[in-house]
Design a protein around this ligand. Sequence first.
Ligand SMILES: [Zn+2]
Length: 89
Amino acid sequence: MNDKWITRWPVVGTSGKKYTVAQDREGNFGCDCQSWMFQPRERWLNGKRRDCQHILNKKLELLQAGTITSFSLPSLDDKKSVRIVRLED
Ligand SMILES: [Zn+2]
């Protein structure tokens, strides 16, 4: 990951694989897992990659900790975008 990320959190997937979830200055989240990094552009939402499970999990954690007050899930109209908020690969 390059320097645009100002905050990084190590996360562990269910298989024990380690990933890094990061946040940039604008508050955008990123992850270094394959499904986020190589997400096909046609699956993106509003010009941005959709959140992977690791990002969603981190957002949920930040929400529970009170660090953030809300986060948006991808549109529920698009069945493919619905991801369960828990750590898995
Ligand atoms: Zn990820």
